[in-house]
Design a protein around this ligand. Structure first.
Ligand code: SF4
Ligand code: SF4
Length: 133
């Protein structure tokens, strides 16, 4: 199975890398979907982890022990087709390129690659986008 997590940290407070812990200690397959590191050493990552559920949970507990804050990404984005007028404002802000304009100039969301970051919600002036659990 695949689980997604938001991981926040400060370089001065963590030991080891998330990828090293998950791969070497738990034989899991992590994939960083988004990463943003600030000049002060703090960072945020959205990480997808593939493996069996029990091992993923144990792996993420170990990541927490290394000083990282871990929050599961449970939410998914929903687009209200009645409200959306395909203005395109949400397309460019999506870090995973999950929102595209199709051949009919209609804005569509690829839900499988969405990491529920919420960036598109702020971009939509008519509130056509929201996170749902
Ligand atoms: S910003 Fe809102 S109205 Fe514009 S395309 Fe995106 S969802 Fe539709
Ligand atoms: S929440 Fe919106 S901006 Fe973020 S990944 Fe999903 S579709 Fe893209």
């Amino acid at each position: 199975m695949e689980k997604k997590f938001k991981i926040t940290y400060n370089e001065s407070n963590v030991q080891g890398s998330v990828a090293y812990v998950l791969v070497k200690e738990f034989d899991l397959t992590p994939n960083v979907l988004k990463a943003n590191i600030s000049g002060d050493g703090s960072g945020i990552m959205i990480v997808s982890v593939v493996g069996d559920e029990e091992t993923i949970d144990k792996g993420m507990e170990r990541v927490k022990e290394c000083g990282y804050s871990v929050c599961p990404v449970m939410d998914h984005i929903h687009k209200d087709e009645e409200k959306c007028w395909s203005c395109g404002a949400c397309v460019s802000v999506c870090p995973t390129k999950s929102i595209v304009v199709d051949d009919d100039y209609k804005v569509v969301v690829n839900y499988s690659s969405c990491i529920a970051c919420g960036s598109c919600i702020d971009a939509c002036s008519v509130k056509a986008l929201r996170l749902v659990i």
